[in-house]
Each structure stands twice: as structure tokens, then as C-alpha cells.
Design a protein around this ligand. Structure first.
Ligand code: NDP
Length: 282
């Protein structure tokens, strides 16, 4: 068997089209504020991509760059001013923040109505309650890939490797929500006999940050494998899944790059227009 490759770029393009139409229907230009602290090269690349994507769909990008030495109070005060700014409909603080800064406190400062990343405790709470709210971008991107490609979730066994608040845990809630109806297991670094656990999955999601962790032995024949991992190696950008080995066992697999990554950016645009629709022109 050679797995079908689930092209995240194509799904992201359809999300961007939807967002472009919704932006045009607003009657005003929505604003996405990006806040970048310090000089982590990967964070700079991510923010540049997000700003470019915003401009492409008609969202104004308002960028703030702060030195790594910025104080917690200064950073939080910038967030407060963006909360008050009627031209800003969504706020993204690029994570991780440099050492010494409390990212959870910063995230909690963001007005939940402008929480572009969907990581404010209020929005995470709404996710737990299965009520509408701004959802974390990467897990909602994974859900869109599954939906777009018609991957059945109801009654299926899903295993997520990784339990971060950014990816694994919110994705577990989404996959187990009513209407999606997967039976979900969350594995992590203390999971005993990982391969036995993952081999039960009809849908296997790797969100770890460990190149090639998931090999053919971890995968049930015919499973759908979603690789969230992004690892910079000498061989270039790779995921957590050994793509060449696993594609011979799985029935569908996302590539890295070109899988979940573009979806994360597309869902950020989706959240920004959703926030603008709710907030109005101010
Ligand atoms: P975290 O470091 O926050 O979480 C990693 C998780 O993997 C933890 O739960 C950890 O377990 C678990 N883990 C670590 N080693 C193992 C192991 N050997 N076996 C099983 N589980 C293990 O990472 P993130 O969730 O933030 O990101 C995960 C990956 O996804 C990274 O590569 C990141 O770059 C990528 N990413 C990609 C995005 C995209 O758009 N495609 C967006 C966000 C992230 P424990 O909790 O026990 O420590």
C-alpha cells in the first residue's frame, strides 16, 4: 500500500478563499496585530509568513517587535493597548517567548474576543464546554484536513502523541466532541510501550518535536497519519513521522512541510475574520 498524501496547502487555499470572501463582506478592513519578542529565527519566519498570509486575504497586519529584554509589565501594557485599539480585531503573540517572560500571563491579558490563537483560558474553557469560541489554530487545522479529505472520525480510535496545551490536549477535545465522535487516547513521554498504543489508532497524530519518532511499527495498516511535528535537521525540515517508511503502511499521511503547517496559518486568518465579524468596525 502507498498512502494518499493529504496536501495541507490545497486545504489551506480553500480556507483562505473562504476567509477572503468573509473579509470582503465585512465592509471594513480587519486588523491582526502580531507581537514578536526577541530574535528567535524560527519565530521570525513564522510571523513573516502569518503577516504575508494576512495581507493576501485582505487583513491589515499591524506588527510590533520588542527586544528579548522587554519587561513583563511593558509587554502586558502593549497587549492592553492593543485590546483597546478599535483597528485591532485580533492579537497574536508569537510563542515561545524568551526566557524570563511568563507566556501564560501574557496570553491571559489578551481580550478573549481578540485571541487570534485561541489559547486564552476563556477560549480553552469554551472548547472544553463544546461552546463556540476562538479555537487553537493547529488543532483546528488538523480537523479541517480530516474533514476536507473525508476521513471518517465517528467511532474511530484516535491516538495523539503529545499533550501540550497548544496541540495535543485541544485536539483531543475536538476529536472527542459530539458530532466528531472519535475515541481518543493521548500519549506522552511517560507512555509505556508507545508503539503498542499507537498501533491501535485509525487516526494517529504526532505532535512531539522528535524527528522520525513514529516509524512503520507504530502504525496500524490503513491508518490515517497526521504529522504536526516540525523539526529543523541537517536534512532540512522534517516531521515526527518517518514519512517514507510510514507511507507504505498508512492509507493517508500528511507531509512535512506542506501538511499541517500551512493549515495553522490559514486557521489564524479564519480566527481573525471571525473575531472581526463579532467585534464589528468598532
Ligand atoms: P511540546 O514540547 O509542548 O510537547 C511535546 C509533547 O510530546 C509533550 O507532551 C511530550 O511529553 C511529548 N513527548 C516528548 N517526547 C516523547 C516521546 N519520546 N514519546 C512520546 N511523547 C513524547 O511541543 P508542541 O506541542 O508545542 O509541539 C509539538 C511539535 O509540533 C513540535 O515539533 C512543534 O514544532 C510542532 N508544531 C507544529 C505546528 C504546525 O503548525 N505544524 C504548530 C505548533 C507546533 P511530556 O508532556 O511528557 O513532556
Amino acid at each position: 500500500m502507498t498512502a494518499r498524501v493529504l496536501d495541507g496547502k490545497a486545504v489551506a487555499a480553500t480556507v483562505r478563499e473562504e476567509v477572503t470572501a468573509r473579509v470582503a463582506a465585512l465592509g471594513f478592513v480587519p486588523g491582526l496585530a502580531t507581537v514578536l519578542v526577541g530574535d528567535d529565527p524560527a519565530s521570525h519566519v513564522y510571523v513573516r509568513n502569518k503577516r504575508r498570509a494576512a495581507e493576501q486575504v485582505g487583513i491589515r497586519s499591524i506588527h510590533h517587535e520588542l527586544p528579548a529584554e522587554v519587561s513583563q509589565a511593558e509587554l502586558e501594557s502593549l497587549i492592553e493597548s492593543l485590546n483597546r485599539d478599535p483597528d485591532v480585531h485580533a492579537i497574536l503573540v508569537q510563542l515561545p517567548l524568551p526566557e524570563g517572560l511568563d507566556s501564560q500571563a501574557v496570553t491571559a491579558r489578551i481580550d478573549p474576543a481578540k485571541d487570534a490563537d485561541g489559547l486564552h483560558p476563556t477560549n480553552l474553557g469554551l472548547l472544553v464546554l463544546d461552546r463556540p469560541g476562538l479555537r487553537p489554530c493547529t488543532p483546528s487545522g488538523v480537523m479541517r484536513i480530516l474533514e476536507h479529505h473525508g476521513i471518517e472520525t465517528r467511532g474511530r480510535r484516535a491516538v495523539i502523541v503529545g499533550r501540550s496545551f497548544l496541540v495535543g490536549r485541544p485536539l483531543a477535545l475536538m476529536l472527542s466532541s459530539r458530532g466528531v465522535d472519535a475515541t481518543v487516547t493521548v500519549a506522552h513521554s511517560r507512555t509505556a510501550d508507545l508503539a503498542t498504543v499507537t498501533a491501535e489508532a485509525d487516526i494517529l497524530v504526532a505532535a512531539v518535536g522528535s524527528p522520525g519518532l513514529i516509524g512503520a511499527d507504530h502504525v496500524k495498516p490503513g491508518a490515517t497519519v497526521i504529522d504536526v511535528g516540525i523539526n529543523r535537521t541537517e536534512a532540512g525540515l522534517v516531521g515526527d513521522v518517518d514519512f517514507e517508511a510510514v507511507r507504505r503502511v498508512a492509507s493517508a499521511i500528511t507531509p512535512v512541510p506542506g501538511g499541517v503547517g500551512p493549515m495553522t496559518v490559514a486557521m489564524l486568518m479564519h480566527n481573525t475574520v471571525s473575531a472581526a465579524e463579532r467585534l464589528g468596525s468598532g
